[in-house]
Write a protein that binds this ligand. Structure first.
Ligand code: ADP
Length: 258
């Protein structure tokens, strides 16, 4: 397996002539758990879309495990993805198991019915995320934290090497956020994954990941925790006041200078 999972060189993306990513250079080593931090509109989702092959940059080179991401996307078996809003209609009458099974479509195709083996894989992944007892529930009837677990199980059904998570802890309480970070860490070790996670939770990222990437159109910082005030402020573009437990920032208050 190549040592570099993700390799971006001088990547630029524009929307309506305005840059969303500028001169992005990023190398993610296989097996790392990488947290991506940055303010709203910083280009975090755009970065993920480039890596997933959903967006072709105007300039620059992108490789995922040494291949062009569009090529991997068509193979549908390398990258597991949890989008920011995975559920368009929260009242859609579909079971948790069926949602997880959707992760198999890349492998079985849309027209073939999932086999017994596909169902076994879906159930196994529900077990991995700790909610096999919810398999028969309707997706709208489980809590926010449980829903995130369902979508992580769906992403795992791809049997990915790279797991890409866009804000999996958003709208969860502090306890559930920590559980997601810890679960992803365990899954990373169990399944030998490389993980790329966008999060607003600076404390959670600082506590749990191997590498922190701070982005605001450009990559401002890419380093192992702990991360200092300067790194955060350069990406967030305003003063950041935070309290420490040892080296770990656990609360962040943005102070805007008038
Ligand atoms: P983040 O995920 O960090 O909040 P995004 O990658 O979603 O940031 O967006 C980066 C910038 O690009 C924002 O200014 C956003 O408004 C803009 N943008 C994102 N997607 C589109 C789009 N499809 N069309 C036009 N502008 C977009």
């Amino acid at each position: 397996m190549p040592e570099v999972a993700v390799d971006l060189r001088d990547v630029w993306v524009f929307y309506n002539g305005l840059p969303a990513l500028e001169e992005v250079n990023l190398e993610i080593q296989t097996g790392k758990y990488v947290g991506v931090l940055g303010p709203n509109g910083a280009g975090k989702s755009t970065l993920l879309k480039v890596i997933l092959g959903l967006l072709v940059p105007a300039r620059g080179q992108v490789r995922v495990y040494g291949e062009i991401p569009q090529k991997l996307r068509h193979r549908g078996e390398v990258v597991g993805y949890l989008p920011q809003r995975p559920l368009n209609n929260p009242h859609f009458p579909v079971s948790v198991l069926d949602v997880v099974l959707m992760g198999r479509y890349g492998r079985v195709g849309l027209v073939r019915r999932p086999s017994l083996r596909d169902r076994e894989i879906a159930l196994m992944n529900l077990e991995r995320v700790g909610i096999p007892h919810l398999a028969g529930r309707t997706i709208g009837e489980v809590s926010g934290g449980e829903q995130q677990r369902v979508f992580i199980a769906r992403a795992l059904c791809v049997e990915p090497r790279l797991l890409v998570l866009d804000e999996p802890t958003v709208s969860l309480d502090a306890c559930a956020q920590d559980e997601v970070f810890e679960m992803v860490n365990r899954l990373k070790d169990e399944l030998q994954l490389t993980v790329l996670m966008v999060s607003h939770d600076i404390g959670g990222v600082a506590r749990h990941v191997d590498d922190i990437v701070c982005i605001n159109r450009r990559i401002h910082v890419h380093q192992a925790p702990p991360i200092g005030r300067l790194g955060l402020e350069s990406a967030f573009g305003c003063s950041v006041e935070y309290l420490f437990h040892g080296e770990i920032p656990h609360r962040v208050v943005k102070v805007h200078d008038d």
